[in-house]
Design a protein around this ligand. Structure first.
Ligand SMILES: N[C@@H](CCC(=O)N[C@@H](CS)C(=O)NCC(=O)O)C(=O)O
Length: 206
């Protein structure tokens, strides 16, 4: 299988796919695609991703975007090691965690807390952002025991770890993680996971 991954090393969504590729030991070419700098984008990026976000992939002759579609395609192409459980209930909980990350956690934690701190002169998050982030983390805390599937890496891990890494690089994010004990316990072991070490961006803050 020939895989070309378009993204930036410090992008949360790109890291989700890098973690999956790493755990499944799938080799790939990484193509820098800086969506914040038009000069950093390949000329034909619109062909790869009409909404001009990252990541996008080419896997043999298949062009794909949307992290969820890429993750499940990789799972189907390379089922070993399995990153989704056969058990329907546990798989549903994992999917729930992944969708909570997408829909409720990513924006307040990344754009509301991380980006202003590191990229906008340390601007403090608004009360509204903190409340949204706290709610998302509390929900994930409630799902952690059933949905994170113990000690083996899985797709829910690959979604959650990059977002928590970003949040934990900012004092306001660390303070929120301190308030969610089950999630914090999981995160403090997941952050040392070899795939997390290998996908760390040398230039980023996490
Ligand atoms: N729904 C997309 C979200 C991807 C996404 O938002 N990626 C971020 C980088 S981590 C991005 O491209 N942001 C640019 C923007 O929001 O304009 C997916 O699942 O792949």
């Amino acid at each position: 299988m020939r895989v070309r991954l378009y993204g930036t090393p410090d992008s949360v969504y790109t890291r989700i796919i890098r973690l999956i590729l790493d755990v499944k030991t799938i080799g790939y070419d990484f193509v820098m695609a800086d969506i914040f700098d038009d000069r950093g984008l390949p000329d034909d990026y619109g062909r790869l991703h009409p909404f001009r976000r990252i990541p996008a992939v080419e896997i043999d002759d298949v062009v794909l975007y949307e992290t969820d579609a890429i993750a499940h395609y990789l799972e189907a192409l390379r089922p070993d090691p399995a990153l989704m459980p056969a058990d329907a209930r546990q798989a549903a909980r994992m999917r729930q965690i992944m969708r909570v990350v997408d829909n409720y956690a990513y924006r307040p934690l990344v754009w509301g807390i991380y980006v202003p701190h590191w990229w906008r002169d340390g601007a403090p998050p608004s009360e509204e952002t903190l409340a949204a982030a706290a709610q998302a983390l509390a929900v994930l805390d409630g799902l952690a025991d059933e949905g994170l599937g113990g000690l083996s890496p899985n797709l829910a891990w690959c979604y959650l770890a990059p977002v928590l890494a970003v949040a934990d690089s900012v004092p306001a994010g660390t303070a929120l993680i301190d308030r969610v004990p089950a999630l914090k316990r999981w995160w403090h072991s997941a952050r040392d996971w070899p795939a997390m070490q290998r996908t760390r961006s040398p230039e980023s803050h996490y």
